[in-house]
Ligand binder design. Structure first.
Ligand code: 9PG
Length: 734
């Protein structure tokens, strides 16, 4: 594999080798604003051969470094003037003249990564047109609207990282920022006129004092297979940003997707009681979401539905063996809050006007972003989270975080928006301590790494597959809907267990208050289960039928393996997810996004091994399968074996692939030894494949095991045992 390397500076451009056949020239552009003065855009024409540029205002030193096959580019910027200098942005630009890959947008595919948790992320055609929402509120709640690229019609914005691929069989190129401590990174592919690729860091006007210098961020350039590039980017980012990765994905219950803002204290209690009677589900956290506060911003002043206080509620939850969780949106406040009325000076402003962060129909209120560079705001934040910890909360879902890094005037202008944002996050972390769980939501992806344990990586799910009206109003945004949430949870697989644990949002299994069909519910279960991410239930549990509860149990607890689409770059709605296990075992989830049934052929030629349809509990006998509208099949592949072995089970979606359910054949006793641990279901079937002429000894079945079916080559047994269990199935040879 060839490396991407820097060849030094020529004609004022940095030349990079390894992105294509010829070296690619990159221009460097610095945008600054002299104190109070007009913005100035400085293309660095006399970048010296040592990678340094000097003007009377500033000095910029390029810092290329090699990380294996990847080139990482950083820079050191110094204010050489006697005045403070406002740093607006630093851009690297490569034009299509130098880089043939960029020349023909219609042949290019591009992975467009969204700005924050809710923003869609997927691959699309390079000649695509950008889509912008009709309502500005959607834009504020999904995109980095302060970007100079925002609203442009001549290209596509990707936040933090992008992948470019010329032909399907060609290697892809990744461009991605691996640090986001001061600057906010975006990639822009100009696909109209003369195509070009721009990598820009936004510093939001951060003031650099005379003589002051600033380093970074780092931009990674690498060529290879798309999956490998995404994984390498995530690993490099994790190590550069000090990612926090909990050992396993938490399991819990959240009040939002059943009760929304109508939630009452009694709802928490009844659900907690129900979950306490179902220890098999492995729920560890019970989380109160939005709906307890009188106004967004006034977190500790409770509304009438929580008049009894939060201490009694957390006691109820903790007494039943769970940890209590709570939702807040700590980086903004609504126009009607006391916080806003009493502390106007705590809010980000722009020429005296508070900076808007959207309108939420649930609250019927506009919101304004807090100034996280303000010491009083930080002490208020600290007190707030100390207060929540004191009330018994060990799990904190912090939401709408994007509000903290909008452009605006800050109390401390020497802090960039990202620095202020990270100060806010650090303050919360400091207050709750290292051991309580912090979940980011509505949060810019790159700048949150290292601060949170878990991260929502998709828009909200909903008890509805999709909504045409909202899709139209919020064009290009991640509005609440199962369909969009599933897609982005598939495409952001590479972040899971590298940057944090992914939160793919909640699992809804109820039959009441929902328009999701059984097929759609099965898709939710299959995709969310295959992510390996956190799994939170969000139904009124006492109303959920035993059958539906058993469906949730089939994916609990989450697997340690991570599923990923097999074609991230060629499909904007990935058709599948693949989970690779040991010894050729795999799980393939096939998704039908369409409104009509589809036929799909099995991923490999039949004959090599067997395909077991997990939800149907039976072997697939044909070469093709039919998937209902919006449905998904979860198919487990097992390679053909010489000895008896388990080729399918209905205990858990992932256990047979990730090793929680394993088997070995004991020659000495002629028995198939099967063991199972960490699965919620206590009853299920095993499908056993047998060499020709062999059969299971039905007279020697252990307790709790019954023979269901026996035919040449295969037998199935039903097992009723809570995990962990281990048992031996005797086999008779021919
Ligand atoms: C609580 C919810 C839940 C949910 C979060 C977040 O108006 N909006 O555009 C909008 C976007 C997202 C959203 C709510 C409203 O959801 O993701 O899990 O906690 O807030 O209000």
């Amino acid at each position: 594999m060839s490396s991407v390397t820097s060849l030094g500076v020529q004609q004022g451009c940095l030349r990079v080798q390894g992105l294509g056949r010829e070296p690619v020239a990159w221009r460097v552009i610095v945008e600054t604003r002299a104190d109070g003065g007009a913005q100035r855009c400085e293309p660095l024409r006399n970048l010296e051969s040592d990678g340094c540029f000097r003007s009377e205002l500033l000095e910029l030193q390029l810092l290329p470094r090699q990380d294996g096959p990847a080139l990482e580019l950083g820079w050191r910027l110094t204010n050489r003037s006697a005045q403070p200098l406002a740093l607006v942005g630093v851009t690297l630009e490569a034009s299509a003249e130098a880089w043939p890959l960029l020349r023909d947008p219609s042949r290019l595919r591009l992975f467009q990564h969204g700005y924050q948790s809710w923003t869609p992320s997927a691959s699309l055609r390079g000649d695509g047109s950008p889509s912008y929402p009709l309502l500005s509120s959607f834009a504020l709640m999904n995109h980095f609207v302060d970007s100079p690229f925002w609203g442009r019609k001549d290209g596509l914005i990707s936040s933090l990282l992008t992948l470019l691929q010329g032909e399907p069989d060609e290697r892809a190129v990744l461009l991605g920022f691996t640090t986001q401590r001061v600057g906010l990174g975006e990639l822009f592919y100009r696909n109209k006129g003369q195509p070009a690729l721009l990598a820009r860091l936004d510093y939001g006007g951060k003031l650099l004092g005379p003589g002051e210098r600033l380093e970074g961020e780092w931009l990674r350039l690498e060529r290879g297979t798309s999956d490998g590039l995404l994984q390498a980017w995530a690993a490099a980012t994790a190590s550069a940003m000090g990612a926090r990765v909990p050992p396993s994905s938490p399991v819990g219950w959240c009040s939002w997707y059943e009760y929304y803002t109508r939630v009452k204290a009694e709802d928490l209690q009844s659900n907690t009681d129900f979950l306490a009677e179902h220890p098999e589900l492995g729920v560890a956290f019970v989380q109160l979401d939005d709906g307890y506060q009188p106004h967004v911003g006034d977190w500790l002043a409770l509304n009438d539905k929580f008049a009894g206080g939060l201490d009694g509620l957390t006691r109820h939850i903790r007494d039943r063996g769970f940890k209590a969780g709570i939702w807040t949106a700590p980086f903004f406040a609504s126009a009607g809050s006391s916080l806003y009325a009493e502390h106007r000076e705590w809010f980000l402003h722009d020429g005296g006007r508070p900076v808007a962060t959207g309108f939420n129909p649930e609250w019927r209120a506009r919101t304004f972003g807090l100034d996280l560079s303000h010491p009083e705001v930080l002490s208020w934040l600290r007190e707030l989270f100390l207060g929540l910890v004191e009330r018994g909360f060990d799990y904190h879902k912090i939401d709408f975080l994007f509000a903290g890094l909008r452009h605006g005037q800050r109390y401390d202008p020497s802090l960039s928006p990202v620095e202020a944002y990270r100060l806010g996050l650090a303050t919360i972390r400091d207050a709750i301590g290292p051991d309580r769980f912090l979940l980011g939501c509505g949060a810019p992806i790159g700048a949150s790494v290292g601060a949170v344990d878990g991260m929502r990586v998709s828009q909200d799910v909903k008890e509805q597959w999709d909504s045409r009206l909202v899709a139209w109003l919020g064009k290009g945004c991640g509005y609440p809907a199962a369909r969009g949430a599933l897609r982005t949870n598939m495409t952001r697989w590479f972040m899971h267990r590298a940057l944090w644990v992914n939160d793919p949002d909640c699992l809804l299994v109820r039959e009441h208050n929902t328009s999701l069909t059984a097929a759609e519910t099965q898709t939710l279960l299959s995709v969310l289960g295959a992510t390996g991410g956190m799994l939170f239930l969000s139904d009124d549990m006492p109303r959920v039928s035993a059958e539906r509860l058993d469906l949730a149990a089939a994916v609990l607890p989450p697997s340690v393996l991570v599923g990923r689409p097999s074609c991230t770059m060629s499909e904007s709605y990935p058709q599948d997810m693949v989970v690779l296990g040991e010894r050729g075992q795999r799980l393939v989830v096939l998704v039908n996004w369409l409104d009509h049934p589809v036929q799909r052929s099995l991923p490999m030629e039949a004959g090599e091994g067997t395909w077991f349809d997990f939800w149907a509990g039976a072997l697939v006998q044909a070469d093709a399968v039919e998937i209902p509208p919006h449905g998904a099949l979860a198919l487990r592949y097992a390679p053909r074996a010489q000895e008896p072995c388990v080729i399918g089970d209905t205990f858990n979606l992932m256990a047979g692939v990730d090793g929680r359910l394993r088997c070995s054949f004991d020659q000495a006793t002629d028995s198939l030894v099967v063991s199972c641990r960490d699965v919620a279901r206590s009853a299920g079937d095993l499908l056993v494949s047998l060499p020709e002429g062999w059969r299971l000894d039905s007279g020697a079945l252990p307790d709790g095991v019954a023979l269901r079916d026996q035919r040449p080559g295969a037998a199935s047994v039903e097992i009723r045992r809570p995990a962990p269990w281990s048992l031996a199935l005797r086999v008779c040879r021919p």
